[in-house]
Unconditional design. Sequence first.
Length: 338
Amino acid sequence: MTVAIRSRVTGVGGFVPPRIVTNDDLAELMDTSDEWIVERTGIRRRHWVDPETSTSDLALEAANAALISASVDKEDIDMLIVATLSSDHFFPGTACFLQTKMGISEIPALDIRQQCTGFIYATSIADQFIRTGMYQKVLVIGAEIHSKGLDISTEGRDVTILFGDGAGAVVLESTEVDTAEDPQILSTHLHADGSGATDLWLPSPGMAFPDGLVTHEHLDRGDQYPQMNGRAVYVNAVKRMSEGIQDALATNEVSLDDVDLFFFHQANLRINEAVAQRLGIPPEKVYNTIHKYGNTTAATIPLGMRDAVDDGTLQPGMLVACGAFGSGFTWGSMLIRW
Ligand code: UT7
């Protein structure tokens, strides 16, 4: 490898709201049980926001923590990218609200709507801007509030038990690399298959409705709640996350054994166990957080990275593989030399 411009992760940050909601708490609100949830998903608890908190508030906490971790001043950031499916408002994007809360202006502020794959899409976009030399420092944030938008009743239990609120962020900075051993994002791989769009979606509000963006009929039908074909999502998640990891390894001519740590999207512990089993990854190399956060969609991977840095699991020089799958369907992977 000759000298090349790449991006590298120089800081990570994360935030979950203080309120913890256990499976037993949910069982008081709907017909479910700790036993069912743990056995089917591995989730034991999740965090929910208080009523006053917005997605950009969570993003702000994670962003500030990532800036401190990178020792980068907010004024030096060239671009903000927020990945979220739970934006503060229908428009404008959450990145614009975040930008004002951060007290910085005029830099581009971009929202990415790729659901559980959002962080990988957002990182890939940031990486392209840095590789071309257009920007030197990009702040990438995944932030989600699910709790305010779920059907908290027995009717919505299959979806509601899965999701939690939180935010994670990374600072990506331009770096000159000589070899693949230098810290950098080695490659990113993005995919989508829109034929699965309605297997996991939130129909309303939406411009596709002939009768308007949101109507009483939509609300009576429950179109404002996420709807999921759990089995289809499960099967595709196992298949596509496995393919994504294999893609990333093949592109970089490395083997599974070369990878030190895997960050999979956290939707269901069984999905990640199935991916690890299919590929032959030892369980101790997979960093799971689902038991304590549930599925935090675009926030999941950076939040996991934050925890892994904090507890000493993620160390400089490690080869890290990330894979995600979600609504869209969208999926993606990336390989990082930490
Ligand atoms: O990032 C993408 C996000 N989503 C996912 O990745 C989800 C992927 N899918 C899954 O994780 C699983 O499909 C679920 C965890 C959602 C469901 O697990 P499952 O093993 O596929 O269960 P199921 O949907 O086949 O339901 C089995 C039973 C049903 O009852 P009957 O029809 O057998 O009487 C459900 O009504 O479990 C019932 N059930 C529940 N029971 C207690 C569904 N949700 C619940 C619940 N508590 N929360």
